[in-house]
Design a protein around this ligand. Sequence first.
Ligand code: C2E
Ligand code: MG
Ligand code: MG
Ligand code: MG
Length: 273
Amino acid sequence: RAKADGRHRFTLFSQDMIEISRRRLRIANAINNSLNANEFTLFYQPKVDVHQKIIGYEALVRWSNDELGHISPAEFIPIAEQSGKITQITEWVIEQAFKDSHSIFAVRNSITIALNLSIHDLKNPSLINIIYRLMLQYKVKPQQIEFEITESAYLDNFEGANLFIEEIRNMGCSIALDDFGTGYSSLSYLTQIKIDTLKIDKQFVDQIGVSQRSTLVTKTIIEMAKHLDLQVCAEGVETIEQSQLLLDSGCHILQGYYFGMPEPLEIILKKLQ
Ligand code: C2E
Ligand code: MG
Ligand code: MG
Ligand code: MG
């Protein structure tokens, strides 16, 4: 009987695995056509300063497909990375954000737009030239563009990432280390990297007021970042309590549903006006 159960469970498990890999394959295969069919869009989420003034937006990619429905970037970005399609997505995101930036900067000139890059992008030797070319083409000021690189992408390829970052910063753009605190690594690398902003991961923000010890860790990260002359941004701020503690701890930039959800360009333009 136990054996039968075991076998049954095994069948279920392998059935699940087949479903998962089937879906992954469908997603990977749909990416190219979807890029051409304009199924991708960018949403924009505000970042605010200590006075709750909007200082910039993070572009977050959205994808809705007739057959697959709405697919979250948390699902398709890793698939795009593994199937080598991230390069096309990244190029599309950069070009679209540069196009969109004109209408944003027309309303508010003094803000920045942040774009997410993935592990794979840092290993793409032509990306720097593509960014440079698109910047000239769309007449975007590099000072108004920030690139967010996750801590894990950074640690995966430390030397390469440093070179990439140096070139990006020489161009005049700034760099934020995204999802900081989830990389499970020694902090010694922080003395060797040249970034502008450290983005504290939502999982720390979630613990504010829940766990005293985690709250203390979050405060210490902010303190440390300030000693290293870095700007600190907290992501995923959902409550006034989290916001208050982060501000009291000296956090410079806040982002999260409490201040604004990621929304389509038309909506954020209306709100900015
Ligand atoms: P991320 O860069 O850390 O972005 C933050 C994610 O948290 C976004 O999810 C955002 O919608 C969500 N978020 C923001 N504030 C809150 C909040 O207060 N509460 C909660 N529960 N969530 C909040 P999203 O848009 O689903 O993106 C997930 C991840 O996918 C991003 O994490 C980023 O790593 C990646 N991603 C998104 N767009 C792009 C892109 O254009 N290129 C690349 N390479 N990656 C992207
Ligand atoms: Mg990000
Ligand atoms: Mg993040
Ligand atoms: Mg995150």
